[in-house]
Design a binder for this molecule. Structure first.
Ligand SMILES: [Zn+2]
Ligand SMILES: [Zn+2]
Length: 396
């Protein structure tokens, strides 16, 4: 396939590939993106950015780039483009020469690529300055379960940098390089954890009448929880609830004191997630009361991610940008939502926007030890960001 990019973007590719591989060699976990954030801030200054702010939401970086006619003073003339910077606690098995230099950590989700793409667009747009308004470049830490986007929001992201639209992207293994995809409406699921502790009274396995068996109660809870999706949730609303761990007892003749269970539930609407939470509590308390045991439904130790919902107008803008870059035949408009979860949901809950997928070719899936971001996708991503930035600013 012939690369449909401007020469100025094609010329950036060797440099972008170097940056991407450098980030890949130096993965950082959650909020500890110190080196990555430093490199990002330094590059934005080198490109001549008008403002660079560090330490937002611990290690987040925000860079402002004004168009040729100068700064936009309010949200109507500003748009935010977001990349994530963090890696995963996975032992790398790519076998590449740019493999992780930190044992046990790797960029297995391609956030090294995402950071590079947004830096590439930053460099290209800083040279061109062929747009009206102000672009807010946002590099966030802790996408992988740490709610880094929410941390930046709580640190005043949208008060300090008001914008009319927010945009994000993720590379997508299995989608050919040079193609894009986007879901209309819900794009990714909400995700929350379950932790349930059933407390009974231990005793001899031969004398259950002197004990209160938490195992029988727990077994009933597991089965009853499955009726939430099948009997309570609207059959046309996607939802999944799985109990994924049960720990109790040790001996063949002892009734244990407690049973600990873990699980997860995912939905495509925040209202459905709330309903599941209420029902889990009701079922656990009801079954526990029936069995004369106690139950504790623990609050999630991490911030649950809301559903990632694309807004219609901003999705149209994103689709127009993708079509300009690769042609309508290479844009999958209106794909099914994905049941994984995404931290960008917090931003989309505050400001309208769109989250799209960029083809990563036939690489291993994300979060796999053999996964690697596909450097051939770099110019497509930079071309998309650059085209999108202009269109999103122009849109009323
Ligand atoms: Zn990930
Ligand atoms: Zn990711």
């Amino acid at each position: 396939m012939h690369a449909p990019f401007k020469n100025s973007i094609a010329a950036l590719v060797p440099e972008l590939t170097e940056w991407r591989r450098d980030f890949h060699r130096h993965p950082e976990l959650l909020y500890a993106c110190h080196r990555t954030a430093k490199v990002v801030a330094q590059r934005l200054r080198e490109f001549g950015f008008d403002e660079v702010h560090e330490g937002i939401g611990q290690t987040g970086v925000v860079g402002l780039l004004h168009g040729a006619k100068g700064a936009a003073m309010n949200a109507a003339g500003r748009v935010l483009l977001r990349a994530d910077m963090d890696a995963l606690p996975i032992v790398e098995a790519t076998g590449t020469e740019h493999g992780s230099q930190t044992p046990g950590l790797m960029h297995a989700c391609g956030h090294d690529g995402h950071t590079t793409l947004l830096l590439g667009a930053a460099k290209h747009l800083a040279q061109a300055r062929d747009f009206d308004g102000t672009l807010v470049f946002c590099f966030q830490p802790a996408e992988e379960g740490g709610a880094g986007a929410q941390a930046m929001i709580e640190d005043g992201l949208f008060e300090r940098f008001p914008v009319k639209g927010v945009y994000g992207l993720h590379n997508w293994p299995g989608l050919p390089v040079g193609q894009f995809a986007v879901a209309r409406g819900p794009a990714m699921a909400s995700a929350d954890r379950l932790e349930i502790v059933v407390k009974g009274k231990g005793g001899h396995g031969a004398m259950p009448h002197l004990a209160r068996d938490p195992i029988v109660a727990a077994a009933e809870i597991v089965l009853s929880l499955q009726t939430i999706v099948s009997r309570v949730i609207d059959p046309l609303e996607p939802a999944v609830l799985s109990i994924t761990a049960i720990h109790a007892g040790d001996a063949f003749n002892v009734i244990p004191e407690t049973v600990e269970m873990r699980g997860t539930f995912r939905t495509l609407s925040d209202a459905t997630a709330e309903l599941i939470k209420t029902e889990v509590r009701r079922i656990c308390e009801g079954v526990a009361a029936a069995h004369g045991v106690k139950v504790e439904v623990k609050p999630s130790p991490t911030k649950p991610y809301p559903t990632t919902v694309n807004h219609p107008r901003e999705t149209d803008i994103a689709v127009a940008a993708m079509r300009t870059v690769v042609g309508a035949e290479n844009v999958h408009d209106g794909i099914k939502p994905v049941m994984g979860a995404e931290d960008f949901a917090f931003m989309l809950n505050r400001v309208p926007g769109a989250y799209i997928f960029l083809g990563n070719g036939d690489s291993a899936p994300v979060h796999h030890p053999a996964y690697d971001f596909n450097d051939e996708a770099l110019p497509y991503g930079v071309a998309y960001w650059s085209e999108l930035a202009r269109r999103a600013l122009e849109a009323p």
